[in-house]
Design a protein around this ligand. Structure first.
Ligand code: GLU
Length: 495
């Protein structure tokens, strides 16, 4: 079978983890089967669809590096791929259902439908949805009223008393009594626009979609869709409703749990490869013990059999771990290019938005290896290395004092530091620097750790910092000396 699948988002919000997971699984499935992956914009909800969300979709996927084979931007043989440009088609197919008796005109006003709802609620009725009154209007009479311009919708005439069956790749055989399906849902609205159900079914059929991989929240719409395929005389696609994505508390992943829009992750400094790698594991297992996968490796391994039935739990910590791993895989040059926008944006080189001078750029490139090993987000870089670009604010004197020491001894330690800082900054590598300072500590009868602590605070402004020797090399002998002098003055006079 020729595999064709699709991502069919409604542009009514920012792209988020759940949507990307759906898109990614469709992409991987299509690639694993030598099939085609289609993007279709389901913008039938005219009040909620916005251009900015379409733009966000394009930007997000470009950033992620996931490409569709056919879509609104790159075209294809089944276009247009935007539902608002396909209205005439949906009207034609609604008419077909009216003609073969599978749909009918409904003249009920929104007010009447609301009144029925309220009455049922007041009577604690178990019945919900439309009460099907217009189903009994003689079709000829109804057609006349519709032709004369009376406001109407078109509803599906669900065949009652029957059961609908379909197979889901993950969930197995599913049966649904037609009487329990949403009663005669609207297919075409008063303004002639289709509802999601009509447009979705017509398009999946016309676009020859072979597999529908979508979030489990759509499962309850599927019996209705299968009924519609039967009414049209079409074969439904194969279905696979993907496991839900939950937060750690077992509730559906939402903003309450943390960032969910891809934009937020991007701004924080996540790498696209790390996000994709992690998202690809939400509800699927590939190879025992292997955690890092490229997109190609995922495509080679993906199959519907590897999906898990159980809901996936989104673990922010695990995603951070992935990001760290991917950061460490970057070359110095790549990392520098990736981090530079964050540094410029944070004002590391002067005011916010200022590009680095050649000398600042050199410092920036030299500084990245100092932080690379422990970096979790690209966005952390400016703050971590700011002390290499401007004098750090020095903390109160107590912060300089090593454990079990006191202020007077710390002043002594810094005096030693003053004497050794210049030659130390000139030692070309960490190993020799360590040997040098060890020897100095021994000679001066102080503990190595005690000698290092006030020096570290003097140079970086903090007890916890990137490696000291590398920092000294970047700052150079003179600047390093000046910082130790400044710190010594500060703690001596408790400035
Ligand atoms: N437009 C629907 C959405 O926003 C598509 C659901 C489906 O894949 O059928 O998710």
């Amino acid at each position: 079978m020729k595999v064709r699948d699709r991502y069919a988002p409604s542009p009514t919000g920012l792209q988020h983890i759940g949507g990307i997971r759906t898109a990614l699984f469709n992409y991987l499935f299509a690639r694993s089967q030598n099939g085609k992956f289609v993007l279709r914009l389901e913008d039938t909800d005219r009040t909620r669809s916005e251009d900015c969300y379409v733009q966000n979709l394009y930007d997000t996927f470009e950033w992620l590096g996931v490409k569709w084979d056919e879509g609104p931007d790159n075209g294809g043989a089944f276009g247009p791929y935007v539902q608002s440009e396909r209205s005439a088609l949906y009207q034609k197919y609604a008419r077909e259902l009216l003609e073969n008796g599978h749909a009918y005109y409904c003249f009920c006003s929104a007010e009447r439908i609301e009144k029925v709802r309220q009455e049922r609620e007041a009577a604690h009725s178990s019945e919900t949805g439309y009460d099907r009154v217009c189903r009994n209007i003689d079709p000829k009479e109804a057609a006349k009223r519709a032709d004369s311009g009376e406001a109407c919708t078109v509803r599906l005439k669900i065949p009652l008393g029957e059961t609908t069956h379909f197979h889901d790749h993950l969930l197995g055989g599913i049966e649904w009594k037609n009487d329990d399906v949403n009663p005669d849902p609207v297919l075409l609205k008063t303004d002639g626009f289709p509802t999601y159900h009509l447009a979705n079914v017509v398009d999946d059929h016309l676009m020859e979609i072979s597999h529908v991989l979508r979030a489990q929240e759509w499962l309850s719409s599927t019996p209705l869709h299968v009924i519609m395929y039967r009414c049209f005389g079409w074969t439904p696609p194969e279905y696979c409703h993907l496991p839900m994505v939950m937060g750690q508390d077992g509730k559906k992943l939402s903003k309450r749990h943390g960032a969910t829009s891809i934009d937020e992750f991007r701004k924080q400094g996540y790498l696209p490869d790390a996000l994709l790698n992690y998202i690809a594991l939400l509800g699927a297992s590939y190879e025992e013990g292997k955690e890092i996968y490229t997109l190609d490796e995922l495509a080679q391994r993906f199959s519907l059999e590897k999906l898990n039935k159980a809901p996936a739990v989104f673990d922010y910590k695990k995603l951070e771990w992935y990001n760290g791993q991917y950061i460490r895989m970057k070359s110095g040059e790549e990392l520098s290019a990736l981090c530079l926008p964050y540094a410029v944006g944070a004002g590391l080189f002067g005011e916010k938005g200022k590009e680095p001078s050649p000398q600042q750029r050199a410092v920036f490139t030299a500084a990245l290896p100092l932080v690379k090993e422990r970096l979790v987000f690209l966005g952390e870089v400016p703050e971590k290395i700011a002390y290499l670009f401007s004098e750090p604010e020095l903390p109160p004197a107590d912060e300089f004092i090593p454990k079990k020491s006191d202020l007077a001894s710390t002043i002594e330690l810094l005096r030693h530091g003053l004497e050794i800082i210049k030659p130390l900054a000139q030692v070309p590598n960490d190993e020799d620097a360590e040997n040098f300072i060890k020897a100095e500590a021994e000679k001066r009868g102080v503990k190595l750790g005690d000698l290092m602590m006030p020096l570290r605070v003097a140079i970086t402004g903090s007890r916890v910092s990137p490696p000291l020797f590398g920092s000294l090399r970047i700052l150079g002998a003179e600047l390093s000396l000046a910082r130790v002098q400044r710190a010594l003055e500060k703690i001596t006079f408790r400035l």
